[in-house]
Design a protein around this ligand. Sequence first.
Ligand code: UGA
Length: 433
Amino acid sequence: MKIAVVGTGYVGLVTGTCFAETGNQVTCVDIDEKKVARLQQGEIPIYEPGLDVLFDRNIAEGRLNFTTSLVEGIQGAEVIFLALPTPPGEDGSADLKYILGVAKDLGPILSQYAVIIDKSTVPVGTAEKVREAIAAAAQVDFDVVSNPEFLREGVAVEDFMKPDRVVVGTQSEKAKKVMEKLYAPLVRQGNPVIFMDERSAEMTKYAANSFLALKITFMNEIANLCEKVGANVDDIRRGIGTDSRIGKRFLFAGIGYGGSCFPKDVQALAKTSIDYGYDFRTLTSVMAVNQDQKKRLIPLVESYFEGNLQGKTIAVWGLAFKPYTDDIREAPALENIKALLEAGATVTVYDPEAMDNVKRLLPDLTYCHTAYAALDDADALMIFTEWPQFRTPDFDKMGKLLKNKVVFDGRNLYELPTMKEQGFTYYSIGRET
Ligand code: UGA
């Protein structure tokens, strides 16, 4: 199949590369000339494990191309993906200017039937708006389909190639056939392509992310209560996760969810609810609890240092919002570092991938080349991302480098008995101190 992908952000690039891998002829379109030039030279602008191998292979075999020209990109394309940004506006609603802008441009240049696919996370009703924008100037027949993505950063290629399910919103039989053909190589193991109407597909994406955010937030509140009643959240997680109605995944308590998706999507769904006159109270609570959760460790650090962080050096392990990404959007580390700086502390940091991104925002931190270098002469360690290399550190070495053997762990990486044995004071989430 000939496919065009408009927008070479995270979703666009993964979609384009993976569909090239399944044998399609893919052209990715982006207005950013510098980015397209880099892509044409074989350079991937994002960090995503496993993407490079597919990217290089499909460029070398001529199935993956890049252009700044929409007309050229959609030439002969049977399928056109819109993978464009939907940044939150001031009121939390998703801003559709990029998607509707491209939709308007597509109308007059479509020269044959095409399925235009909304891949971006967009509010309910967007497919209709995209259809109207294209129809205003279209000379040929076309369909607009909602096909939300469920990729996790860090494992996006695997999620794309082996999806739990593919959600397709369309009522056109012609478009359905095209979508079935497109996804056939990815659902061979029997995972379903679930067809529904466009509005339901759009809503499914928000419901999935909001439900996962709710699940995490619920566990974070259980953890907070565990600390008070003297219970251990790890045991609770095991105890409830084995109930198949609940499920084992997304039950890890911690320093709050971040990233480019959950915070934005929960906020957008809350805004949609307001627009439709519905008070979605669980969502409002999720947002408020998560905001507090991100700062959960700060009062503990303050009280450890008797209310005075002036002149103290705090080492930070982990800046990315989660492991295997350099993405720092809504990362809990950032808010915590700002709070530490405001309280007069100096901050030394280490992250295997995300330091360059943080340097642009906070140039005055001390950026270290290794996790241990960040500990040198620091008064305490705080952990915000569960990179695997932090899980089994040399505790002896840590103890020698740190001025005080104290760790504030937002990701529950260690067990209290081990830490006690090693002589550390250890604070984590939802467990005894
Ligand atoms: C999320 C969804 O998982 C994807 O299905 C979806 O496609 C994507 O958003 C999107 O809308 O584009 P992502 O933001 O990449 O993916 O990351 P997740 O792995 O879902 O983690 C989100 C946040 O939840 C992270 O801050 C993570 O640390 C936190 N989390 C996750 C927990 O605190 N506890 C858990 O048990 C799981």
